[in-house]
Design a protein around this ligand. Structure first.
Ligand SMILES: Cc1cc2nc3c(=O)[nH]c(=O)nc-3n(C[C@H](O)[C@H](O)[C@H](O)COP(=O)(O)O)c2cc1C
Length: 458
């Protein structure tokens, strides 16, 4: 750094002009009607005008406004105007020293402002929610906790790396102090409160970035890859392997034997004890048919969609279903893909050991004793995420997990209605399905597991 590091406040490029007429200010903002307002004294107008161009520091803004005669009023007024401008995301900041800019700070959401209160005591260090990554614009510092992005030049990166090695006292290290003001550094050794401690880095990042919390980020059905490459088809090409036709289902019979939704949901429980007798192929057939068969395929112009008994975001139906079979009357132990369009199973060759491992993982997730009867089948739910993210930007993984949650509930209800032993699993190992299918996990990956068997004595 080259002396005199300072954070300059200025209007961003959307503010095309700042017009003055005495105490009257008019901001011309791209795509907005002109914003006109009157300030109490010309010195305040001078301060606002100083935000146009290269900008100036917060304390200089107060100094300019203080020419009106009252420093305390000037301080309050500058905070007020900064807050109003931040509502419209009209400000941008530049971290600058005598040799030029080290970093630029862009607000990602309304109401973002650097902290201008007194610096804290103690050492400052990178906040545990902050991270560095590369975008087209260059290296950026971001955080699940901060609705702003710092784009770092080479000198900014050097300054950041020096601050990473050890905590820096807030006093005497303007870079660390500014990073604290921006929200990216926190005070070392200070305990977070209990609720905040419970949030992990990845939980906050996904939560924050996959909802409409940041106006600058696109979240939703933007079809961002339309015209660039085609979506994966709704009907996944059938895998190589022995095809096993599933026993036919008689819908009228299913309907007749089925209890009311109210009765089923009242009865529904997670069951973790299993009978001596294995589940049968006919039972699995009915379960799969009732939960995840394909009921319609619609060839839309942009992306084909399908319907299944459960609802799914955009009807895209990125989920695929696999059975890891430990034992089943009429089926050898192996991993099977469920062809939801043809209501058949495809045996994946030489997967008996992987199937056993998947079921073992489920048993462990359910805390089963090794001597206890183990589950018969784990249904592995896999996501063809690119099908979903072809349309949905910023929220695809969130949507896929939501879809899996919806499937869980239908699985519980159908299994309960059929008198089976159902239990969702909260953890699983995606690598096992990958080993079984050989599919690139970027194309399709396991995201959830659900266990089935016949119930044992209660
Ligand atoms: C998303 C989800 C994940 C779950 N993960 C597990 C798990 O890993 N192991 C387990 O034994 N039960 C798991 N369960 C079952 C819950 O423990 C169970 O639903 C809860 O204790 C309420 O009991 P009930 O289902 O009998 O009403 C899970 C349930 C859900 C919905």
């Amino acid at each position: 750094m080259s002396g005199n590091l300072r954070l300059l406040y200025r209007f961003n490029a959307d503010v095309e002009a700042v017009r003055r007429d005495g105490d009257r200010i008019t901001l011309d903002v791209k795509d907005w009607k002109p914003i006109g307002f009157t300030v109490p004294a010309p010195a305040y107008a001078d301060a606002i005008a100083a935000l146009y161009g290269v900008g100036t520091t917060f304390s200089q803004l107060i100094e300019i406004a203080a020419a009106a005669g009252d420093a305390a009023k000037a301080d309050a007024a500058i905070r007020y105007y900064a807050e109003r401008f931040s509502r419209g995301r009209l400000l941008v900041w530049s971290l600058t020293d005598d040799a030029g800019e080290l970093a630029r700070v862009d607000a990602l959401a309304q109401n973002y402002l650097p902290q201008q209160n007194a610096l804290p005591e103690g050492d400052l260090q990178l906040c545990r929610f902050a991270y560095l990554r590369r975008l087209e614009a260059g290296a950026v510092l971001e955080s699940g906790l901060v609705r702003a992005r710092v784009t770092l030049g080479e000198r900014g990166l050097t300054a950041l790396s020096q601050s990473l090695a050890r905590g820096r006292p807030a006093a005497g290290d303007e870079f660390a102090a500014t990073m604290w003001r921006l929200g990216f550094f926190s005070v070392a050794g200070v305990d977070e409160d209990e609720t905040r401690r419970c949030w992990e880095f990845q939980d906050l990042l996904m939560h924050e970035t996959s909802r409409h919390n940041r106006e600058a980020a696109m979240v939703g059905g933007t079809y961002r890859f339309d015209g660039k490459f085609p979506s994966l088809p709704a009907i996944k090409p059938v895998a190589a392997g022995e095809r096993i036709a599933l026993p036919a289902i008689d819908p009228a019979q299913v309907r007749q034997a089925s209890s009311s939704v109210d009765a089923v949901s009242a009865r529904r429980r997670s069951v973790r004890s299993y009978a001596e007798a294995p589940i049968s192929l006919a039972t699995l057939s009915e379960f799969l048919w009732r939960v995840c068969r394909t009921t319609a395929h619609i060839e839309n112009k942009r992306q084909d969609i399908i319907s299944r008994p459960y609802p799914a975001g955009g009807s895209i139906n990125e989920l695929e279903f696999y059975l890891a079979v430990r034992r089943c009357g009429g089926l050898a132990g192996a991993v099977y893909h469920y062809d939801s369009h043809g209501h058949a199973l495809i045996a994946l060759a030489q997967t008996d050991k992987i199937a056993a491992k998947i079921v073992d993982h489920s048993a462990a997730a359910m805390g089963l004793e090794p001597g206890a009867q183990q589950p018969d089948v784990t249904v592995v739910i896999a996501s063809r995420l690119p099908r979903l993210s072809w349309k949905y930007e910023g929220m695809a993984y969130r949507a896929s997990l939501m879809n899996a949650g919806v499937v869980f509930e239908l699985m519980y209800l159908v299994a309960t209605d059929m008198g089976l032993a159902p239990c969702a699993n909260g953890t699983g190992d995606s690598r096992l399905l990958q080993e079984a299918t050989g599919i690139d996990p970027f194309e399709e990956t396991a995201i959830a597991e659900f266990v089935l068997g016949m119930p044992g004595a209660a």
